[in-house]
Design a binder for this molecule. Structure first.
Ligand SMILES: NC(=O)c1ccc[n+]([C@@H]2O[C@H](COP(=O)([O-])OP(=O)(O)OC[C@H]3O[C@@H](n4cnc5c(N)ncnc54)[C@H](O)[C@@H]3O)[C@@H](O)[C@H]2O)c1
Length: 259
């Protein structure tokens, strides 16, 4: 399902950065924000995917200049600095950051490699921090806000996904800490905590042979997997003025898996 016209324009006059915008939830967020009038900077390591989403949002916005795409590996500090330099040079302001870039990986935890551990923490937690760090001065200026990709893995144990769960637990606490630190300066920071959502991330994930499916079943949705657009709806709410008194909070979008 795509949202061609949500009927409201909560982001008219605003500029939003979406990381992980080439696929899945990030792409759905980019399309949703464009449908509500936001100018955009889209970022991802997947340049082909980025080009497709860029074309879509430019069509929605009816203006080539209203959206740019900047390839960027969020785990590389120089890339992130370059992303912000290009974003501000083009749009001259920033109101919203949607931090959706992320990766997953599984292992029997006693066999987890340091390489995979560092890669997952490096993208999901350190990379997300780098984007927040560069964004903060601009968002304080516009009284803007950040929406981070937490997960139900931020809230309960996800066996065989230890590095992923640790990174997402970190994202949630980073969200709360930043929210308190910058609240008096008018910047909000919240997170979405999706459960199972149908994207490349969930379709491509390979499980170790030792997985105990009885234990694993405890973290799977009660019904069907959700769609990226259902998470984008929650992100758009948190990023909008409708959530102006919501700060340091997470919104679970998981069809009651953890209720
Ligand atoms: N799909 C789910 O069930 C689910 C559940 C909870 C949380 N999440 C989180 O939501 C976010 C989006 O996930 P998704 O399901 O849409 O996955 P996805 O794989 O479809 O999209 C993730 C995007 O991040 C990009 N990316 C990966 N590494 C990057 C890097 N170093 N720098 C910049 N971009 C990078 C990828 O190219 C991809 O476009 C992730 O943070 C994920 O952890 C997903």
């Amino acid at each position: 399902m795509t949202i061609s016209d949500p009927g409201v324009r909560r982001f008219n006059g605003k500029v939003a950065l979406v990381t992980g915008a080439a696929n899945g939830i990030g792409a759905a967020c980019a399309r949703r924000l464009a449908a509500e009038g936001s100018r955009l900077a889209l970022s991802d390591v997947d340049e082909d995917g980025l080009a497709k989403v860029l074309a879509d949002v430019r069509t929605t916005l009816g203006d080539e200049q209203a959206a740019i795409a900047v390839p960027c590996d969020i785990s590389a500090e120089a890339d992130v600095k370059s992303l912000f330099a290009q974003l501000i040079a083009h749009h001259e302001r920033l109101d919203v950051v949607v931090n959706m870039a992320g990766i997953i990986g599984t292992a029997n935890s006693h066999e987890e490699t340091l390489e995979q551990w560092n890669r997952i923490i490096g993208v999901n937690l350190t990379g997300l921090f780098l984007v927040c760090r560069e964004a903060i001065p601009h968002l304080v200026e516009t009284k803007g806000n950040i929406v981070n990709a937490a997960s139900t893995a931020s809230l309960s144990g996800h066996p065989w996904f230890t590095a992923y769960g640790a990174s997402k637990g970190g994202v949630l606490m980073l969200t709360k800490s930043l929210a308190m630190e910058y609240a008096k300066r008018g910047m909000r920071v919240n997170a979405v905590a999706p459960g199972g959502i149908t994207t490349n991330m969930t379709s491509d994930v390979a499980l170790p042979s030792e997985v105990d499916y009885e234990i694993l079943a405890r973290m799977t949705p009660l019904g069907d997997f959700g769609m990226p657009e259902t998470v984008a709806d929650a992100v758009a709410f948190l990023a909008s003025d409708d959530a102006r008194y919501v700060n340091g909070e997470y919104l679970r979008v998981d069809g009651a898996t953890l209720a």
